[in-house]
Design a protein around this ligand. Structure first.
Ligand SMILES: *Cc1c(COP(=O)(O)O)cnc(C)c1O
Length: 370
């Protein structure tokens, strides 16, 4: 048992198994692009990407140039695509690191003219976030062709905005059709990478294009709460802390800031040295639970910056320095997200730097610190 104050254990064997299951679900000739932006959704981009590389993953997507360079410096040698904005003044760096840049508009693309960087045009098919206007395929075609000799075009991509919602399937099909129409117009260019599917798209829609950009499902979490994941996909994170103090609280006494919880009977209360500065959501105040010796302990009062309290009245064996589980495969980021009225993505990304990440390779694996 560890007496670390607060850490997330990431089981890389779970992420590898998730990747194997997802790869097996793809059609012939299709490959996964692992989306490892935002430090692999809080799991740690470098260890996750190195583990995926060992599973044969050759395409990685990030959100910005710092994330891309971090992967290269760690020895990731496949395709690294930046899905978002990079200023044109970084063209030399993109080139020397062999990073592929998304071109998010004509205005953005102009800055990269003549640089010869690897690039892919984003096509906007309905998200209205980035990309050339997919409602005007003739214009998309003209722009794409005009960049043939200015950059090294390696593909086109679009992003689906409601693929996780079966009642919006018509819209998703329209988005894919718009994308396909643009791709068809430039099919003579033989661009190697055409891709439109995120996790939900990959799970629920017939893929068009070579790559499927799997993000959230690689980490065993759901695009939407209502989704059912394929058998075998599991969350890879276990968030652990310990009891720093146990005390008795008498009837009428209150707990934590603002006195939002008052004891009605005598209670045993444990303090846990984790707070919102570690990324543990303040929305869990008086709502969430943690797990001690396999039993549920409700959070009492407000979550503070660095600590919170929980009810161990019914766990008499709970004592100083006992392990506390804040999140595991069952009570996972999606469970916490439901309580906090958000999505598992945000819960995972918000676990802060102050929470140490420890890597294991299966239950019997040796822990390894990055
Ligand atoms: C984040 C992102 C993804 C991955 O989305 P998931 O829902 O996590 O699979 C794919 N494509 C783009 C453009 C993204 O921004």
């Amino acid at each position: 048992m560890s007496n670390k104050r607060c850490y997330v254990e990431v089981d890389l064997s779970v992420i590898r198994e998730n990747a194997r299951i997802l790869s097996a679900s793809l059609g012939p000739g299709q490959e996964m692009m692992a989306v490892v932006k935002a430090d692999a959704y809080g799991h740690g981009a470098v260890p996750v990407s190195l583990a995926l590389k060992e599973e044969g993953v050759r395409h990685f997507a990030v959100s910005n140039i710092r994330e891309a360079m971090e992967l290269r410096e760690a020895g990731i040698d496949g395709q690294v695509l930046i899905l978002g904005y990079t200023p044109a003044c970084e063209a030399d760096k993109l080139k020397s690191y062999d990073i592929t840049q998304a071109l998010i508009s004509e205005e953005h693309a102009q800055g990269f003219k003549g640089t010869g960087i690897k690039a892919q045009f984003a096509i906007d098919t309905g998200m209205n976030r980035i990309g050339l206007d997919g409602d005007d395929p003739a214009h998309c075609e003209a722009v794409i062709r005009s960049y043939r000799d200015e950059v090294q075009l390696t593909g086109l991509f679009t992003h689906l905005c409601t693929a996780d919602d079966p009642s919006s399937d018509d819209f998703t099909e329209e988005q894919m059709a718009r994308f396909e129409a643009v791709c068809e117009r430039v099919s003579d260019l033989d661009l190697p990478y055409l891709h439109c599917l995120n996790s939900a798209g990959g799970l629920y829609h017939n893929a068009y294009g070579k790559l499927v950009r799997f993000g959230i499902v690689l980490y065993g979490l759901k695009p939407d709460r209502a989704n059912v994941l394929p058998d075998g996909l599991k969350p890879a994170m276990t968030w652990k802390s310990l009891i720093s103090m146990v005390k008795t609280v008498h009837p009428g006494e209150s707990i934590s800031y603002g006195r939002t919880f008052t004891a009605e009977h005598e209670m045993r209360v444990a303090t846990v040295p984790v707070g919102y500065a570690d990324g543990y959501r303040r929305d869990m105040s008086n709502q969430g639970s943690v797990w001690i010796r396999g039993k549920e302990a409700r959070i009492l009062g407000r979550v503070c910056m660095d600590q919170f309290m929980c009810d161990v009245t019914d766990i008499p064996e709970a004592s100083f320095e006992d392990e506390v589980i804040l999140m595991d495969q069952h009570y996972n980021a999606d469970t916490i997200a439901a309580l906090c009225r958000t999505i598992g993505y945000e819960i995972a990304c918000d676990i802060s730097k102050r929470t140490e990440r420890v890597y294991i390779h299966g239950n019997n694996g040796k822990a390894e610190k990055f």
